[in-house]
Design a protein around this ligand. Sequence first.
Ligand code: AMP
Ligand code: ZN
Length: 134
Amino acid sequence: MKDCIFCKIVKGDVPCYKIYEDKDIIAFLDIANDVPGHTLVLPKKHVLDLDDCDEILYKKVMLTCKKISRHYLGKGFEGVNLVSNCKPCSGQEVSHFHVHIIPRKENDGAKLTLTPANKKENLEELVKKLRIGN
Ligand code: AMP
Ligand code: ZN
């Protein structure tokens, strides 16, 4: 997609700190440089988000996340967070599906926090509304 920053990286029109590449997937360091090794994993094909991504491609993205995460665990990191924002209300800023790998170490000072939403629902009601099947 013409105006997509990640498509420009895939095409080689914008540089990146590339970690991994194959036929369908690319992974590079997040420019934010906020946590050492913060990596983005994405399909080369422009799909908006996980909802727009077919299952085969989604599986390839997630298996690459596993591959890279295990690689990082072998490089001295002690854990990872995997995060994927889906749609602007969730905080997705780049509308080209991607998963963040955030490598972690004890006492690294990084923190992923979830601030509780404004509304608290009754869990009995919520499970009736949200469950899949019976
Ligand atoms: P999200 O909010 O989940 O859409 O995350 C988008 C991420 O893309 C942010 O963490 C940005 O720092 C990162 N980002 C934006 N432009 C670039 C770029 N040119 N190279 C690497 N990372 C980028
Ligand atoms: Zn794109």
